[in-house]
Design a protein around this ligand. Structure first.
Ligand code: SF4
Length: 445
């Protein structure tokens, strides 16, 4: 089960030398994002702001979840047991109820004491709608019209509309330049940031810390992908030395039970060298990658304690994979799954059903792929096709094929018949992944 017990949690003061006398708050908006672990953006953001301001950290999203933890626990227990899990079915009713308390939660903060309030996403997922940020900023402005409000995060240019924020008095800023009015979308240089600060970790569901080896994805060309759009676009790998020194400091400081690499894809020139250092840290961890890691890279991951890799399988049809511009064939996907499995790393694939190019014969190939590879799997994550903001498909207004609901049902039943856990939605799959990684007695099937 999960690691952490709920506790009363409030703001955390972080201070450092070289500050101005200005008082700042770093906060998260309340979203339908489980507080699985503290977000990298929150950790780096507070460390950077503490160099300049007297800053309080208020993870409003995690605090709200802590308040309603007693209601959330039985839902998570049910998700642990159920073979079919869905964000919409299992988590959204909880969020609908919690949503009615969000304004009151925001109004409980003494906004008037802050000259600056920085808002940032509470998790890795960039699914941060503009209206969620404005809901918070309107309350801050109503209580304290003088407070400057800023936003930084990985959702600008996809789920978050910068122009809308600006019209409503919220300025977008860049994580490397939080004090400057600089929002130009360019890669974040993580090596230039101070070591993240992750205090009050008892409010998160897992005793787990995130780390990053890069900004962006080494491929960045999938036509359905919003994770490489807007502020996530561009690509910069970190120096292994900087990433390892940072990780060593985090482990000394916080002693987390497990780690997660939050790269869109951990493929990269720095991977093998990084893994060689991580071996000595003796922590289980997980990450996501493209399905074209070499055997040498997978062996390095195994030695480094990596227990699970989440990856985009998308489809069992090469025709659909080409249409998606995935840049990987179904044969490569198959080899990748087997290679991970033979190294004791659980392959956790994600698929799309009903993509615009998917014909019945393509869908049958996806079903056959799952039948052929079920013995290597424990879980499958599936999404009905939806053009997400900032993606090429979204600009082209691509729609799912009409048979999508029927195909989805058939896909789910196939997985059930094979004894696989099938998960719809990003929150539920993350929850599953972290449960797997922290439970060291679990082995690949
Ligand atoms: S789907 Fe994954 S591999 Fe494709 S561009 Fe997006 S992050 Fe990169």
């Amino acid at each position: 089960m999960r690691d952490r017990k709920s506790s009363h949690l409030g703001k955390r003061k972080c201070s450092s030398r070289g500050q101005t006398s200005e008082k700042a708050a770093l906060v998260t908006p309340c979203l339908s994002h489980l507080p699985l672990h503290p977000s990298c953006l929150l950790g780096y953001g507070v460390a950077a702001l503490a160099e300049r301001y007297d800053v309080d950290v208020i993870d409003l999203n995690a605090d709200l979840h802590s308040r309603y933890r007693a209601k959330l626990e039985p839902i998570l227990d049910f998700m642990d047991e159920s073979r079919v899990v869905s964000d919409a079915l299992h988590l959204y009713p909880f969020y609908d109820e919690v949503d009615t308390h969000i304004d009151e939660h925001y109004e409980g903060v003494p906004w008037g004491k802050y000259q600056r309030v920085y808002i940032t996403p509470p998790s890795w997922f960039p699914t941060v709608p503009t209206k969620a940020i404005l809901r918070l900023s309107h309350i801050i402005h109503r209580v304290s019209p003088e407070t400057g409000i800023f936003f930084f995060g990985n959702s600008l240019g996809s789920w978050t509309n910068q122009e809308e924020l600006k019209k409503n008095g919220v300025r977008a800023v860049h994580l490397n330049h939080l004090a400057a009015m600089d929002s130009n979308a360019r890669p974040i240089q993580y090596d230039l940031l101070p070591t993240p600060m992750y205090e009050h970790r008892e409010k998160y569901l897992f005793d787990l810390l995130p780390f990053l080896l890069k900004h962006g994805c080494p491929w960045g060309r999938c036509r359905f992908c919003s994770f490489c759009a807007g502020s996530n676009s561009g690509y910069v790998e970190r120096s292994v030395k900087a990433a390892i020194e940072e990780l060593e400091t985090l482990i000394d400081r916080y002693d987390p039970a497990a780690l997660v690499c939050r790269d869109h894809s951990l493929n990269g020139l720095n991977l093998i060298q990084f893994c060689a250092y991580v071996e000595a840290l003796s922590r289980p961890w997980c990450g996501q990658s493209r399905a074209d890691l070499s055997g040498k890279q997978i062996e390095a991951l195994r030695k480094a304690g990596c227990r699970l890799i989440y990856f985009g399988l998308e489809s069992g049809s090469d025709r659909v994979l080409r249409e998606l511009n995935k840049g990987i064939t179904s044969r490569q996907m198959s080899d990748f799954i087997k290679e991970l499995h033979s190294h004791g790393i659980l392959p956790a694939p994600s698929l799309i059903v009903g993509a615009p190019a998917e014909e019945e014969a393509d869908f049958e190939k996806t079903i056959q792929f799952i039948l052929d590879h079920a013995r290597y799997l424990d879980v499958v994550n599936v999404y009905p096709f939806m053009a997400t903001p900032g993606s090429e498909f979204s600009r082209q207004e691509e729609q799912p094929v009409p048979d999508t609901p029927l195909r989805l049902l058939r896909f789910i039943h196939t997985c059930e018949d094979l004894g696989l856990k099938v998960i719809l939605g990003e929150q539920s799959i993350e929850y599953y992944i972290f449960n797997w990684v922290r439970t060291t007695d679990k082995e690949v099937p």
